[in-house]
Design a protein around this ligand. Structure first.
Ligand code: PRP
Length: 178
């Protein structure tokens, strides 16, 4: 275990297993429907996108977006598009792939933006759901794990851009961010 990690919340094996389950469920839910476009929100969602996409047995496309929230704007926060999708999504079924839903601001804005562009349907797949922190009404359709309100890192999640490469989800030691 990394020296900055207080404890492991979810192991690599548990993530793999849960992705298999969610992948099966998504495959079932979209069988007979137009195959979805997987839209991953960089950077944090990249490892989860890699893991879950392998478990979805449909002819999906993969797209990436990079957004950042404006600092210091709290619950009314706005988002800025750093890198946009490479294609038009009008009439498409979108599965938004995220590492974590925290306040819910990012996903509620991105979801609205994609619906405004004419997406037929936008559903959310998140690796982690931190419900305690929610400030907006946003529902994640597929959740791999619910997590408590702790400083989580690993498997895409960072602190100051570090720890994204840890193969598990852990809690960062308080002394590392205080
Ligand atoms: C994180 C995470 C989500 C967002 C969730 O991204 O990947 O996109 O915050 O928070 P919210 O529910 O409070 O909006 P971040 O802006 O840290 O960028 P990153 O993906 O590059 O780490």
């Amino acid at each position: 275990m990394h020296q900055d990690v207080e404890k492991i919340l979810v192991t690599e094996e548990e993530i793999t297993e849960r992705c298999k389950e969610l992948g099966r469920q998504i495959t079932q839910d979209y069988t007979g429907k137009k195959a979805p476009i997987l839209v991953s929100i960089l950077k944090g969602a990249a490892p989860f996108m890699t893991e879950i996409s392998k478990r979805i047995d449909l002819d999906v496309e993969m797209e990436f977006m990079c957004v950042s929230s404006y600092a210091g704007t709290g619950s009314t926060g706005n988002i800025k598009i750093i890198m946009d999708l490479q294609r038009d999504i009008a009439g498409e079924n979108i599965l938004l792939i995220e590492d974590i839903v925290d306040t819910g601001i990012t996903l509620s804005k991105v979801k609205k933006m994609l619906l405004d562009r004419g997406a037929n349907e936008v559903k959310i797949v998140t690796m982690l759901d931190k419900k305690e922190r929610r400030v907006t009404e946003i529902h994640a359709d597929y959740v791999a794990f619910n997590v408590p309100n702790e400083f989580v890192i690993g498997f895409g999640l960072d602190y100051n851009q570090k720890y994204r490469n840890l193969p598990f989800i852990g809690v960062l030691k308080e002394e590392c961010y205080k």
